[in-house]
Write a protein that binds this ligand. Structure first.
Ligand code: MTE
Length: 319
């Protein structure tokens, strides 16, 4: 995020190819449908590891009716610094990550600390498909059909103590699977593990989900397999990927981007068109795969559900 400003991103990087590829997919799918056959796509790491998603329901009440961003754009252009700094690196190196076996440790200020096996976790809670807008701090946004369960359900199972005021989350550290975690001649891009956090009431909000799938299938590695956070009213960097640990804490966690550039990235990171990033405006955004810009909405359009969480807080100070 520190590396490229929105103006540095060539429109061809995010628009032309995704439009072109989704057209290609449509054509391929259409021709196949006409012939009544299913087209096999290139085998993904999840397919190679024989990972299947448990059944899930579509939650229409939690779905925006905006047009979906193409799957190719969602999976081919994103930030995941553990794989590298370039937005093509996550897709390029994705199959280095092995997501089985995988455990998620839930610990800290709670009565039921537990280390969950990922497959036990995905069957223990109700999976739903929810179509959310997600807006990156770099002023581009996407509309994605996520599949996941409410983080609130996992938190209730853990029974946090009265001291638990925040949840702190960590991504896996393993340079053999994440080439970006090996320091280069110029040092490390970020401090590992990638850490994010939420206030406990933000984490309990029904909009906050732990995603294990997208577009009807197992989540691709570059999007944070096998399990990641999705908080749609906050800038994308809050939505931490490939999580191995969730800890209930009394104090506000030090999150990765806040530590690395405190003037640019705050702990709250609520989408706010009125608070500029020090190096660019947050008033507008480019929807990946479309032409032109649109106005950014406060809380990314989820104000009705979440604005109350921040009543009486100065959101220019708690950015
Ligand atoms: N999680 C980890 N572990 N490492 C990262 O570099 N990047 C963040 C977030 N989660 C990141 C991460 C940023 S800056 C964004 S915009 C989103 O992931 C983008 O990923 P997505 O397009 O798959 O949602």
């Amino acid at each position: 995020m520190l590396i490229k400003r929105p103006s540095d991103i060539k429109p061809s990087e995010i628009t032309d190819e995704s439009v072109w590829k989704s057209r290609r997919d449509l054509l391929r799918g259409g021709a196949a449908a006409a012939l009544g056959i299913t087209v096999p796509s290139i085998m993904s790491p999840a397919m190679a590891q024989q990972i299947k998603l448990p059944p899930f329901k579509k939650n229409a009440a939690m779905a925006t009716d905006e047009e979906l961003t193409s799957r190719d754009a969602v999976t081919g252009y994103n930030n995941f610094y553990e794989f590298g700094l370039d937005k093509r690196d996550p897709a390029k190196f994705a199959d280095m990550l092995k997501t089985r076996p995988w455990t998620l440790e839930v610990t800290g200020e709670c009565e039921n600390a537990k280390t969950w096996d990922i497959d036990e976790l995905t069957t223990a809670f109700d999976l739903e498909e929810r179509i959310y807008r997600l807006r990156c701090v770099e002023a581009w946004s996407m509309v994605v059909p996520w599949i996941g369960f409410e983080l609130g359900a996992l938190i209730k199972a853990a029974k946090p103590t009265s001291k638990a005021k925040y949840v702190r989350m960590e991504t896996l550290v393993d340079p053999k699977m994440f080439p970006g975690q090996t320091p280069s001649l110029f040092g490390s891009s970020l401090n590992w593990p990638y850490v994010e956090g939420l206030r406990i009431d933000e984490a309990m909000n029904p909009l906050t989900i732990m995603a294990v799938g997208l577009y009807g299938d197992v989540i691709p590695n570059q999007n944070g397999a096998p399990i990641r956070l999705v908080v749609p009213w906050k800038y994308g960097f809050k939505s931490i990927k490939s999580i191995v640990k969730i800890e209930f804490t009394e104090d506000e966690p030090r999150s990765t981007w806040n530590v690395s550039a405190p003037r640019e990235y705050g702990f709250y990171a609520n989408v706010n068109p009125e608070v500029d990033h020090p190096r660019w405006s947050q008033a507008k955004e480019r929807r990946v795969g479309t032409i032109g810009k649109r106005k950014t909405l406060p809380f990314n359009g989820y104000g009705e559900q979440v604005a109350d969480l921040y009543a009486n807080m100065d959101l220019t100070k708690f950015y």
